[in-house]
Write a protein that binds this ligand. Structure first.
Ligand code: NDP
Length: 297
């Protein structure tokens, strides 16, 4: 069997197109322009790339982008004061604080100071609780992107066996909650899981969010399963230089699975697309407008 490739790049472009259409409509009908504020503290090169990319894509879908770049030695209280200002600013519908923050700043305190209605990353403890209890919330972008791709591929996920490898607060746990919300039977595996190959082999859906290059071989995959690879790992190429790979061994898994996301070009592009979708959702909720169909959990 040779797996169908789930093209996250094309899917993300479609999502951005839907967002742009909806943004144009609410601008024309209500005079409202969604606004996303991104806060970056320090000069981490990877974070700078992400923030630039987010800002560019925000403007491309017709939203306002507000970038706040603060020095690495910015105090916690100054950062909290900025967030308070953004919370009170009606032109700002979504706030994202780029992580990681410098060591002298309490990340949880900062995240939980964001107005939950503007928490487009879905990391605020209120949104975590709302998601966990099946209520309307802001959903973390990466798992939301995975869910959208799975729904698009399968239609209903009801009754499917899903294994999420990884239990982080930003990917593994919310992913498991979303799959449970769609009535999958969900197993969360982690570094202490006994006989991981056996656990993975039972799954109709495997979501790998581990951070270990090519850790999951095709021999662990049930024939016909769908594999969603969240991992982003840089490895050395034999001929020199580096390349990006996921947490699954793509070639051997693609030979067994019925569908698989590649790395790059799978989950990665969906993450920013879902950030834009969340900003649109937050805008619609703030103004009591209809939410965009198919862009929320
Ligand atoms: P974390 O490091 O926070 O979590 C990794 C998880 O993997 C932990 O729960 C850990 O278990 C588990 N784990 C580690 N080793 C093993 C093992 N040998 N067997 C089973 N489980 C194991 O990572 P993140 O969730 O933040 O990210 C995971 C990956 O996804 C990374 O490659 C990251 O770069 C990528 N990522 C990609 C995004 C995208 O946009 N595509 C967005 C976010 C992340 P334990 O809890 O027991 O330690």
């Amino acid at each position: 069997m040779s797996a169908e490739i789930i093209d996250g790049k094309a899917f993300a472009a479609k999502v951005r197109g839907q967002v742009a259409e909806h943004v144009a409509r609410i601008k024309a009908d209500h005079g409202i322009t969604p606004g996303l504020a991104v806060v970056l503290v320090g000069e981490d090169p990877a974070s700078q790339v992400y923030v630039r990319s987010k800002g560019k894509q925000t403007v491309e879908v017709g939203m306002n982008s507000y970038e706040h770049k603060l020095d690495a030695d910015t105090s916690e209280s100054d950062l909290l004061a900025l967030i308070e200002k953004l919370n009170d600013d009606p032109a700002v519908h979504g706030i994202l604080v780029q992580l990681p923050l410098p060591d002298h700043i309490d990340e949880d305190l900062v995240i939980n100071s964001i107005d939950p209605a503007k928490d487009v990353d879905g990391f605020h403890i209120s949104n975590v609780g709302l998601l966990g209890t099946g209520q309307k919330s802001m959903v973390p972008c990466t798992p939301l992107g995975c869910l959208m791709m799975l729904r698009d591929h399968h239609g209903s996920l009801s009754g499917m066996d899903a294994v999420v490898i990884g239990r982080s607060n930003i990917v593994g746990k919310p992913m498991a909650q979303l799959l449970l919300g769609d009535s999958c039977t969900v197993t969360i595996a982690h570094s202490r899981t006994k006989d991981l190959p056996d656990v993975v082999r039972r799954a109709d859906i495997v979501v790998a969010a581990v951070g270990r290059a090519q850790m999951v071989p095709g021999a662990w995959i049930k024939p016909g399963a769908t594999v969603i690879d969240v991992g982003i790992n840089r490895i050395d190429k034999p001929e020199g230089g580096t390349r990006l790979v996921g947490d699954v061994d793509y070639e051997s898994c693609a030979a067994v699975a019925s569908a698989i996301t590649p790395v790059p070009g799978g989950v990665g592009p969906m993450t920013i697309a879902c950030l834009l979708a969340n900003t649109l959702t937050a805008t619609c909720r703030a103004h009591g407008l209809d939410e965009p169909q198919g862009l929320t959990a």
